[in-house]
Write a protein that binds this ligand. Structure first.
Ligand SMILES: N[C@@H](CCC(=O)N[C@@H](CS)C(=O)NCC(=O)O)C(=O)O
Length: 110
């Protein structure tokens, strides 16, 4: 079972969106930012030493960094439904939107 270690108001939202698109079962472990510092609680460091969100666990695997998580999920659970063949326009479009989300969309949102 996938567990999403979800921090409020964070990139973790994209991971939840991805999992909904894939239709893969998952559970959510919630973490709340400190209202003054807006930092994640120290308990998140027990999952991964960086203590940042998003991070997911899938069995024994720990995956962090939102783009890497999205790629992991696409390759593991979306091979037949989401992942285009390498090369060609569909694959370029997939790659574009994969990087657009973090490289262009996130900066004006944070
Ligand atoms: N580049 C990382 C960014 C990770 C990151 O900075 N996450 C923020 C939320 S979007 C966070 O955990 N902030 C709380 C903190 O730094 O304590 C990713 O895309 O996953």
């Amino acid at each position: 079972m996938i567990t999403v270690h979800h921090l409020n108001n964070s990139r973790s939202q994209r991971v939840l969106w991805m999992l909904e698109e894939l239709g893969v079962p998952y559970e959510i472990q919630r973490y709340e930012r400190d209202p003054k510092t807006m930092l994640a609680p120290a308990s998140l460091k027990k999952v991964h030493p960086l203590g940042k969100s998003p991070v997911i666990t899938d069995g024994d695997l720990v995956v962090t960094e939102s783009g890497a998580i999205i790629e992991y999920l696409a390759h593991t659970y979306g091979k037949d439904t989401m992942l285009p063949e390498t090369g060609g326009q569909a694959w370029l479009d997939y790659t574009y939107w994969l990087h657009y989300a973090e490289g262009s969309l996130m900066p004006p949102l944070v």
